[in-house]
Unconditional design. Structure first.
Length: 435
């Protein structure tokens, strides 16, 4: 991923030096396990660890690969140059390239998942803080983009919190899904390597042994992992889209923080655009772009092919780096979002009580009016608000058919905002528990 949308900690996981370090650790731990079982002499296993503090020469490995056309062989050749050919002669004993490549990929994905989990936890903290801050800040709820009934800004943040909390569980499950390793040798039969070696290496690398690997770790695990990243990205877009809507000039109930010296347009000095959340919607598309290829990687030929390899070399770093950046950016947006409660009330009252129509409808039915008739009575008064700019309550009070069923006091009571927020505490308890 390009540096503009990258953060150093996540990028470091995918650097060649990090990859080769993991390759080395897998080979060295495998040597230890083989020496413990008497498969290779202990002194040769110990000699490999001479490279534990060495920074591998990436350019040298690349140069060897240009000749051998094989990345793992290129690395093993370079390792032999470091520890000596004689000491390296038992390295990779009974193993195949996929043992190293697949186990390494899953180490990288679990480390990436740890960062993403921490990212979501920080985002949850920000969403919870803003939800509590605006628990009782009334704003209009909208369906189809049209005024519906009152809600609160706190409930908006709370539903995003609940969604991200589900994503936290999904990420933890996805991490567990790919936290497997395999050192089962050619076609996965353990013919030339003892299963105990696999168990030892997996334990050292923070993984569990893959129950059955056909030379490669099954790619349904990775498909589930990247699908989860896609869901998280979609949730990011969900929050970002709401912010973009709120920042529209005609709405302006909230906006991204606009820093001193920031400029919104090269042509129009007045502009304050929702650039961060627009960017997040675009980044979400990039993350989701990895999902279908990951699904298509599941079907491989027989015990192994490498049609998945080029895909994963691209989508694994790109999707994790991008999602990490997006989660951090969204957290910053939420923490610094500027909210305008007065504007929310102004917008809600723009149509002069129209949003209380359901309360009047229900009151009429409870007063003995049929639902069909009640709907007609309420709607004909509501349409005057839309077309003539009338006041909804005034129109209701002047309608003899309505006042025949409801008293003035009963009509007045139906315009109490508190009616719509009376269960906010209940909802918050469901989402946050005791707060």
């Amino acid at each position: 991923m390009i540096p503009r949308y990258s953060r150093p900690e996540m990028v470091a996981i995918w650097e060649p030096q990090s990859k080769f370090r993991i390759w080395f650790e897998i080979e060295a731990h495998a040597g230890d396990a083989m020496a413990d079982r008497g498969t290779i002499p202990r002194e040769f296993a110990d000699a490999v660890w001479k490279a534990k503090d060495v920074e591998f020469d990436v350019e040298r490995i690349d140069a060897i690969e240009r000749e051998t056309k094989h990345d793992v062989i290129a690395f093993l050749t370079h390792l032999a140059e470091i520890v000596g050919p004689e000491n390296a002669r038992f390295v990779h004993q009974g193993m195949t390239s996929s043992d190293v490549l697949d186990t390494t990929l899953n180490v990288q994905l679990t480390r990436a998942a740890d960062i993403l989990i921490a990212d979501v936890e920080k985002l949850l903290e920000a969403l919870k803080k803003r939800a509590l801050e605006h628990k009782d800040t009334v704003r209009i709820g909208r369906s189809h983009g049209i005024h519906a009934e009152p809600t609160t800004m706190g409930l908006t943040f709370a539903r995003f919190y609940a969604e991200m909390d589900r994503n936290l569980s999904r990420l933890r499950d996805a991490r567990a899904e790919v936290a497997t390793g395999a050192l089962s040798g050619a076609v996965g039969t353990f013919a030339n390597i003892d299963p105990a070696v696999e168990e030892h290496v997996c334990d050292k690398m923070g993984l569990v042994p893959e129950p059955i690997s056909t030379q490669v770790i099954p790619r349904d695990r990775h498909a589930a992992f990247f699908a989860t990243l896609g869901v998280v990205a979609s949730s990011i877009e969900n929050v970002a889209t709401e912010v973009r809507h709120m920042q529209r000039t005609e709405v302006l109930e909230a906006e991204e923080f606009f820093s001193k010296g920031q400029k919104g347009s090269s042509a129009m000095p007045h502009k304050r655009n929702p650039v961060l959340t627009e960017n997040l919607c675009g980044l979400a598309r990039l993350v989701r772009m990895a999902v279908v290829p990951a699904m298509e990687n599941v079907a491989l030929w027989h015990e192994r092919d490498i049609s998945h390899s080029s895909v994963e070399r691209t989508i694994a770093p790109d999707a994790t780096v991008t999602l990490d950046f997006a989660l951090a950016r969204l957290t910053n947006v939420v923490e610094n979002l500027v909210i305008y409660p007065e504007r929310m009330l102004e917008n809600m009252n723009k149509f002069r009580g129209l949003v209380m129509s359901q309360r009047v409808l229900l009151a009429l039915t409870q007063a003995g009016v049929s639902r069909e008739t009640a709907y007609t009575l309420v709607q004909r008064n509501a349409m005057k608000v839309w077309t003539d700019g009338a006041d909804f309550k005034t129109e209701l009070l002047a309608d003899p058919d309505v006042t025949a069923a409801l008293s003035e006091a009963e009509i007045e009571e139906k315009f109490d905002l508190g009616y719509h927020t009376k269960h906010v505490d209940t909802i918050f308890a469901r989402v946050f528990g005791d707060v």
